[in-house]
Design a binder for this molecule. Sequence first.
Ligand code: AMP
Ligand code: GLY
Length: 428
Amino acid sequence: MKVLLLGSGGREHALAWKLAQSPRLTKLYAAPGNPGIAEHAECVALDPANPHAVLAFARDMEVGLVVIGPEAPLVAGVGDLLRDNGVLVFGPDATAAQLEGSKGFTKDLCTRESIPTAAYARVTDIAAARAALTGFGLPVVIKADGLAAGKGVVIAMTADEADAAIVDMFDGSFGDAGTEVVIEEFLTGEEASFFAITDGTAVVPFGSAQDHKRVGEGDTGPNTGGMGAYSPARVLTPELEARAMAEIVEPTVRAMAAAGMPYSGVLYAGLMLTADGPKLIEYNARFGDPECQVLMMRLEDDLLDLLLKVAEGRLGESTPPRLADTVALTVVMAANGYPGTPEKGGAISGIAGAEAHGAKVFHAGTALAGDTLVASGGRVLNVTATGASVADAKTAAYRAVDAIAFPSGFCRRDIGWREVERESNGTA
Ligand code: AMP
Ligand code: GLY
């Protein structure tokens, strides 16, 4: 079967690497892809967020399945147009992708279905926001409603900070994402990412991970797309995972189907593990990046088979995906300046050496300048390794990191630290 993969980051490299292991794959196309993905796919110059261009390509090349990596094509309606035209696609329709695209939509769904989440208010102007704020304690969380590339969330410690955040969001700094604002109760606990795949009816767990969103060691400094991750996140125990499925994910899938917008694809639940159990922080309508990279390292099943079952609505016929017992850990090597203005064009070498001992280096933001591999984005490489424990996987990943020469880049040295601490003091 021919497959078209949309996207160009480390998540898509991991998906391409795993898809390429399927005996059913005859040809993989990637749009636009990157130099790492090019090892497994023919990269094509096609705008992945242009539904008509994607449909035309899929038809011309007789593509049997389109796999959508990032959120932009989902929100642009690529899934809808493909499905309407009988092309199998992994990824939800635009209306279903509102679970990621609109925080207000998701919060209202949680209220209707009694899904545990932070108390909240939706507001559309400054006066209403100020009035609503009086109902919340401190700290308080203020979010632009729409997609703001992870930057539309402020945790205000004081009333002045809360007011400043509100003024900021309504003054247009987030574009359309800031025309509505959600004010939320601040939740305390440890965060975990939980994944499930669903064909709109059947839904099965697809593993857990924990990522590090802050740029600095000890989880300090500005938010990023993620500086590293490991899987599984044992803090999400089997009991808590069962609760997350029963109390959060399953009611969501049922409610979406009942509302006439069945959700098909991967549902990524950002959870806060509070003293009262797991609560939903947010949904994403795609695999996490870099969480996908660690999940793919652990997946024992044929990825193409699984994604096809989802796309065909046959997930109920199969057994749940099997993930290896080993731990996978990935370290993001980023370009200096990230998450502000990353320095582009820095040379990278040493990847073959890094992979010599079983690590896998996924390309996230790379390009070729002649024969030289260079940085072309903020997050550049995802250096990924496995081990019997988080500590072992971490040692193997950093050994590989140290084999790479990327003078204009940096990485955190403490990925997985919470779990490494628990392992070393016997509380893991
Ligand atoms: P989001 O974009 O909704 O995932 O929020 C980004 C980050 O802000 C989350 O990963 C959390 O660390 C934090 N956050 C969001 N909402 C809350 C909340 N209600 N309570 C505490 N932290 C939150
Ligand atoms: N790593 C966080 C995300 O993919 O949203």
